[in-house]
Design a binder for this molecule. Structure first.
Ligand code: C2E
Ligand code: CA
Ligand code: CA
Length: 297
């Protein structure tokens, strides 16, 4: 059909059809790949550190899923998570990822928090949330150092259910972070009514923060909101020294971005941590120097 259409008509509509077909093929390939995947072997986790803006010392890390498919090669998490949701294997994917993450980070030194992403389908099933709780409880990682990241869009799908799920996760002693804050409705009522411990300011505010006073004002306002509500706050997507300088002018915060650390496999993450030997370097006058040396880009 596409071939015939191409012969008869020339123009945008045809180009769109080809693109559309390519997307369908990709989606079908990913779904099939997921159905056939040996998840334990093909999935892995990368860790991106979160640092204190004043000391540069890592305080936590976010676990980010990676899929290396023997058929499709590396598939980005934004793509495969969406398709895992559509094809109904997301719960199995999340359980595998959580088990792997906890097994790895249990061997890490120090007391960093670890953030783990949940999708809408994860929080939609109470059976699955109980399974996740069991995975946490049977691991060697202290649940109080674990944070579950959830986006606002996820919460909005079913606020009542979201509330119960978050309570269950909090019951473990774990924390909850609202991810990509500022991209959706950013209604303060969620922040007030849901048991949320941390906001993550979306990286879309960062791309123009050096020149744009509005972005600066928004980030500043969210930081102040967090302070007055006693919420933890992370600014995401800091890539340049210039962005970092502007942020430093706004106060002390936690920062996540390529400037300090790209997502790293566990073995490289452990190497990174060696730059910050315990006891903590907070009062060490050398810390500034160590921070610069240790940045991995
Ligand atoms: P996210 O949760 O917002 O994760 C942050 C994403 O931003 C990561 O992309 C990270 O590599 C990227 N990033 C971090 N710092 C910078 C920066 O300075 N500049 C830029 N341009 N990007 C930066 P990644 O690893 O490709 O993950 C994309 C998304 O996939 C995540 O967005 C999250 O929504 C989803 N995801 C990843 N792992 C999981 C998982 O285990 N479960 C679920 N449900 N979703 C996951
Ligand atoms: Ca996240
Ligand atoms: Ca985010």
């Amino acid at each position: 059909v596409l071939y015939v259409a191409k012969e008869r008509l020339r123009g945008q509509a045809i180009l769109f059809s080809e693109k559309h077909q390519a997307e369908i093929n990709e989606t079908t390939g990913i779904m099939r790949g997921l159905q056939e995947a040996n998840m334990d072997d093909e999935f892995s986790i990368n860790y991106q550190f979160v640092v204190d803006s004043q000391t540069g010392v890592p305080v936590g890390a976010e676990a980010l899923a990676r899929w290396s498919s023997p058929v499709l090669g590396n598939v980005s998490p934004s793509k495969f998570i969406k398709n895992a949701e559509k094809s109904g294997v997301i719960n199995q994917v999340t359980e595998t990822l959580l088990r792997k993450t906890l097994a790895e980070v249990s061997t890490w030194p120090g007391d960093l928090f670890i953030s783990f992403n949940l999708s809408a389908h994860d929080i939609g099933s109470s059976h699955h949330i109980h399974r996740l709780s069991e995975i946490v409880q049977s691991s060697n990682f202290p649940p109080k150092r674990l944070t579950f990241e959830i986006t606002e869009t996820t919460l909005l799908r079913d606020l009542n259910r979201a509330h119960d799920t978050l309570q269950l996760l909090k019951g473990l002693g774990s924390k909850v972070a609202l991810d990509d804050f500022g991209t959706g409705y950013s209604s303060l009522s969620y922040v007030q009514n849901l048991p949320i411990d941390r906001l993550k300011i979306d990286r879309s505010f960062l791309h123009d923060i050096e020149q744009c006073r509005t972005s600066q004002a928004v980030v500043k306002a969210i930081l102040e909101l967090c302070e007055s509500l006693d919420l933890d706050c992370i600014v995401e997507g800091v890539e340049t020294e210039q962005q970092f300088e502007v942020l430093q002018g706004l106060g002390r915060m936690k920062i996540q971005g390529y400037l300090f650390s790209k997502p790293l496999p566990s073995s490289d993450a452990l190497t990174y941590l060696q730059f910050f030997p315990e006891p903590k370097l907070e009062n060490d006058p050398v810390t500034g120097g160590m921070v610069k040396q240790s940045r991995m880009r």
